[in-house]
Design a protein around this ligand. Structure first.
Ligand SMILES: Cc1cc2nc3c(=O)[nH]c(=O)nc-3n(C[C@H](O)[C@H](O)[C@H](O)COP(=O)(O)OP(=O)(O)OC[C@H]3O[C@@H](n4cnc5c(N)ncnc54)[C@H](O)[C@@H]3O)c2cc1C
Length: 422
């Protein structure tokens, strides 16, 4: 009897995880990965600055799903099948130990993404997964009776017109930047959420703040004017604007709104943000602190006495923006100027005009709509025998290893689901 054949489309993290697990769990199954490029696991290689941030040391599903601007409730159920703890164990059982950094990100102890690639390639080899490169899928069709290869359910057409026959398919082709690129996936009737970029930094061309490039603040709160979007975390001033976790998280949660706009701002990445440089204080508590400072350090020049632990250059900049000169002492701070300083410390406004993709990690929000996929198996609800895994699904996380965890979880569930329909 001929072996049943699973064709996995995409040689990235999700495709490999599905392929190697499906081959291992189902010894009777032949597995082929089709990769359009001439490199395998290309994003794994460059991820996490070449170290691969494999997952995040978060062991509560309720906490974990808060890191996914899209797809959190879908993953809530999926994580019950395969979670961060399973990722750690899976790699450990194959000789790859992970370590946790202070911020929770997990990397291989080797500090090299090649360790992850080698492990996945070894597994593919061990279980006889066939890999075809330069094999771009252009179309998937249900096989018609009478067609060549009729005993298989699907026929997959490649860019060179070659046909590949498959009993089962897993689409793990990652995110595409343009809606039209999803056409071959859409043909099967699946809804596609239009793609928009996520994880980008904010451009502020011509703004004086960029003169402070390289300065970072451990904790700032950033709010987008005219929206409910706000995030807290480290903020980095760059030569083009602002970056750092607080900004990247905002870009992820606001991916759709910032692209398309709302009644308060026009979209196209033009909006205003308010930065609270001292998020542990509010206007009221800050005013009280100021009153005390005017009394305690009355004779000291404001420029020489930065009482809030902000980087000195940022403090000097904030004083300049408020119109406070170098000679002004705390005791002589006029009430109106104090109000202005409080505003600049707690809610300084910046105009954002455009975005820059974050060089370390970017993802596409959008993809195959979640109601079309069964979270227990990753099987399409429309086309039995067709599965999905990874970023092609309308799920994306913030930075920190959450996107790879989505790839491992959905890849593994698809592998298991495939075994259930054999
Ligand atoms: C620079 C960078 C760094 C990152 N760092 C991290 C990190 O440290 N931690 C983290 O969690 N996330 C990180 N991410 C995000 C993470 O890499 C992705 O979320 C993850 O790789 C998605 O895996 P995937 O297998 O679904 O898709 P991909 O890795 O994109 O793989 C899809 C594969 O399918 C192939 N393909 C596409 N269309 C076809 C077709 N028609 N036929 C055949 N093959 C096709 C592609 O060539 C590709 O190889 C990073 C992303 C980038 C860009």
């Amino acid at each position: 009897m001929n072996k049943k054949r699973l064709v996995v489309i995409g040689g990235g993290a999700a495709g490999f995880f599905c392929a190697v697990n499906a081959a291992r769990l189902n010894p009777g199954l032949g597995v082929t990965i089709l990769e359009r490029g001439n490199k395998l696991l290309a994003k794994v290689k460059v991820s996490g600055g070449g170290r691969c941030n494999v997952t995040h040391a978060c062991f509560s599903i309720a906490e974990m799903i808060k890191k996914y601007p899209r797809g959190g409730s879908f993953l809530k159920k999926a994580f019950h099948h395969f979670f961060t703890t399973d990722t750690i164990t899976w790699f450990s059982e194959r000789g790859v130990e992970l370590k946790t950094e202070a911020d929770g990100r997990m990397f291989p102890v080797s500090n090299s993404s090649q360790t992850i690639i080698d492990c996945l390639l070894r597994e593919a080899n061990r279980y006889g997964v066939e890999i075809l490169m330069n094999a771009e899928v252009k179309e998937i069709k249900l096989n018609d009776p009478g067609d060549e290869g009729v005993d298989t359910k699907f026929v997959v057409t490649l860019g060179n017109s070659k046909a590949i026959f498959a009993d089962l398919i897993c689409i793990a082709s990652g995110g595409y930047p343009k809606l039209i690129q999803y056409d071959w996936v859409k043909k099967q009737g699946h809804g596609i959420e239009a793609p928009v970029p996520s994880l980008f930094t904010f451009n502020m061309p011509g703004n004086d703040i960029t003169e402070l490039m390289g300065i970072s603040v451990e904790k700032a709160a950033v709010k987008i004017a005219g929206s409910k979007l706000s995030e807290e975390g480290p903020l980095l001033i760059t030569h083009w604007g602002m970056s750092g976790p607080a900004i990247l998280k905002l870009s992820a949660w606001g991916a759709n709104e910032l692209a398309t706009g709302n009644t308060q701002h026009p979209g196209g990445y033009h909006f205003t943000i308010m930065v609270n440089w001292l998020p542990d204080l509010n206007e009221h508590t800050l005013r009280e602190r100021m009153q005390q400072l005017r009394f305690d350090i009355a004779a000291q020049k404001m420029i020489n006495r930065n009482p809030f632990g902000l980087p000195n250059r940022l403090w000097e900049y904030l004083l300049r923006q408020t119109g406070i000169n170098e000679l002004l002492r705390w005791a002589d701070l006029p009430a109106a100027t104090q109000n202005k300083l409080i505003k600049n410390l707690c809610a300084q406004e910046f105009k954002v005009q455009g975005k820059t993709m974050f060089k370390e990690e970017f993802v596409t929000a959008g993809g195959v709509q979640l109601p079309d996929i069964d979270h227990n198996t990753m099987q399409s609800r429309l086309v039995p025998g067709l599965f999905f895994a990874g970023e092609v699904i309308n799920v994306d996380g913030v930075t920190g290893g959450f996107n790879f965890q989505n790839a491992w979880t959905t890849g593994w569930i698809a592998a298991k689901g495939i075994g259930e329909v054999l």
